[in-house]
Design a protein around this ligand. Structure first.
Ligand code: ATP
Ligand code: MG
Length: 560
């Protein structure tokens, strides 16, 4: 960590400070991060992780990792593993407190029995259609189920039968007995348990009834001694049910649910359902595709945990929903990489240049800094010789006004090397395409020697042809053309940018990059920040992902 990141003071901290002042929870602070293992984590989850683990850190408290695995049909072990990897990579640790809601299936069952015994739950045989009709609407109250007044004994027997597999899937449910006329539909006798013959990734076929999230969550929180149960705003209307369960069950520990606004970022898809669709339909190369807003995608792209934590801190925690400009996320990674990335020269679209007055066979080793921001990263040498590559678009045969790069008769500086002047343009006789430039160099202009007596306006990056390493470079655009629309599936697919990845397969990079590793980041001079793609790179062809370009539109907008 370069800076000690602390979540800036926010309304949740104010609540906790007040609780501490009043000796609530014996001054304990205990949070949890409760992902459902039905997909990979994304940048929105990172906000929740930084918030929950950050609070535990700042208050000398604890934060649990808990898998909310109450819905067996959608959950997989792969997701459980990826979630652990991602939380750790972000720099947080749950120590020995990794739990599963399924750890509590027996206790949850006991809690349900307890509710039945205190006449606060009943078995209901209405079918889903009837259930909807009885529920009422936002403007009309619901009406009581005809099964609402079953005796305790009958309910106990039926619920036991549900567990024992005596009834068909979906034929009965256990419901809380609260208030069918409540203005809050969540309190109109919500379902607590349903019958579902599905194999669970941890409990196998032990259970054929599964608790609902709204039932399992508060009880899991209470059992783990959670003090502050932080969740996103859509659960605000569920809070009365949360509190009703905690008090009806007379739980020893009474956690408090606090809601905050979920993170939305322009041009990013942030729903697991939609992300899963992209993966399943093969529109991306898996959950860790570098264009995905998943933690694993961002990692493969070359984002650092420091930059993501910095971003989560800057966006803060609020009570109302809003959308953050993706430029801010990019600003955070740029700032981090500017101090960390090793500088390197890489030519993405090579154009050969022959320096006609440079001795044939001669190779000079030129010294250059690894990172001017970090002098202790030292120097390296780069070879210079008679044949080099420059970028195709650093040359114009008929230069437009203010084009200070290479053109016939025009002189430029080669970064860390010499001035060269373009003397001749060689074209493919068939296509007319420029395929080579003949230049001369001035030996008196060697970089750092202080002997150059004139100035040139353009400085180009380059690589020496004989020693350069061939590489593939992937440039990315946003996966979504515009802001994510919360509309129909069809609309979402219409928003997908068909040109979100450009693969340049004939790049030439400086030889030091042969030893590039995926945990290092590079600034390819003038081209942006890059990271080795650990998945697709081979010994023959290293693959580099562009993390982000160099131009910082967000910082610029802040200044103006
Ligand atoms: P999705 O709607 O994408 O499927 P989810 O809320 O169902 O996400 P969970 O696995 O239940 O995903 O989320 C775990 C935790 O992360 C929850 O506490 C949830 O509130 C939080 N979270 C999920 N998405 C965001 C987001 N965009 N911003 C902030 N927190 C989020
Ligand atoms: Mg959820």
């Amino acid at each position: 960590m370069t800076t000690n990141t602390t979540i800036s003071s926010n309304f949740i901290e104010n609540i906790i400070n007040e609780d501490l002042k009043n000796n609530k929870n014996n001054k304990r602070v205990h949070t949890r991060f409760p992902p459902e293992p039905n997909g990979y984590l994304h940048i929105g989850h990172a906000k929740s992780i930084c918030l929950n683990f950050g609070i535990a850190r700042d208050y000398n408290g604890l934060c649990n990792l808990r898998f909310d695995d109450t819905n067996p049909s959608k959950e997989e072990v792969e997701y459980v593993e990826s979630i652990q990897e991602d939380v750790k990579w972000l720099g947080f640790d749950w120590d020995d407190r990794m739990f599963y809601a399924s750890d509590y299936f027996e206790q949850l069952y006991e809690c349900a029995v307890q509710l039945i015994k205190s006449e606060k739950a009943y078995v209901c045989d209405l079918n889903p259609q009837e259930m909807r009709e009885y529920r009422g609407t936002l403007t009309e109250p619901g009406k009581n189920s005809p099964y609402r007044d079953r005796s305790i004994a009958e309910n106990l027997e039926l619920f036991d039968g549900m567990r024992a597999g005596k009834f068909a899937d979906g034929s009965r449910v256990l419901r809380a007995k609260i208030d069918m006329a409540s203005p809050n539909v969540n309190l109109r006798d919500p379902i607590l348990y349903r019958i579902m013959r599905a194999e669970h990734h941890r409990t196998g076929n032990t259970w054929c009834i599964y608790p609902m999230y709204d039932f399992a969550h508060p009880i899991s929180d209470a059992l783990e001694g959670i003090t502050h149960s932080i969740c996103t705003l859509e659960f605000e209307d569920h809070r009365p049910l949360y509190d009703w369960l905690i008090s009806s069950l007379e739980m020893e520990n009474c956690p408090q649910q606090i809601e905050f606004a979920r993170l939305n970022v322009t041009n990013l898809v942030m729903s697991k359902r939609k992300l899963r669709m992209l993966v399943e339909e093969g529109l991306v190369d898996g959950w860790d595709d570098p264009r995905m807003p998943t933690i694993s995608g961002l990692r493969r792209r070359g984002y650092t945990p420091e930059a993501i934590r910095d971003f989560c801190e800057r966006i803060g925690v609020a009570k109302s929903n809003s959308t953050v400009d993706i430029a801010m996320l990019e600003h955070c990674i740029r700032e981090d990489l500017n101090s960390k990335a090793l500088r390197a020269m890489a030519v993405l679209r090579p154009l050969k240049v022959v320096i006609t007055n440079y001795p044939e066979g001669q190779v000079e080793e030129l010294e250059t800094e690894n990172n001017p921001e970090q002098p202790d990263t030292g120097n390296r040498s780069i070879p210079f010789s008679r044949e080099i590559y420059i970028e195709q678009d650093d040359f114009m045969e008929f230069p437009i006004k203010k084009f200070f790069r290479l053109a016939p008769g025009q002189e430029v500086r080669l970064k860390n090397a010499y001035f060269i002047k373009c003397e001749e343009v060689i074209k493919d006789p068939k296509t007319g395409e420029v395929i080579e430039l003949r230049c001369t160099y001035d030996p008196e202009t060697k970089s750092g020697s202080g002997t150059a007596t004139r100035k040139v306006k353009g400085t180009l990056h380059w690589v020496s042809a004989a020693q350069a390493v061939k590489a593939e470079v992937r440039l990315f655009d946003y996966l979504l053309k515009e802001e994510e629309t919360e509309q129909e599936e069809k609309d979402f697919k219409d928003d997908i940018n068909p040109n979100s990845m450009e693969r340049l397969t004939a790049c030439m990079v400086e030889p030091s990059l042969l030893h590039a590793t995926a945990d290092q980041r590079y600034q390819f001079i003038r081209n942006g920040y890059f990271c080795l793609d650990a998945k697709d790179s081979t010994a023959e062809l290293p693959v580099f992902n562009r993390v982000v370009g160099l131009r910082d539109s967000w910082a610029k907008a802040q200044k103006s």
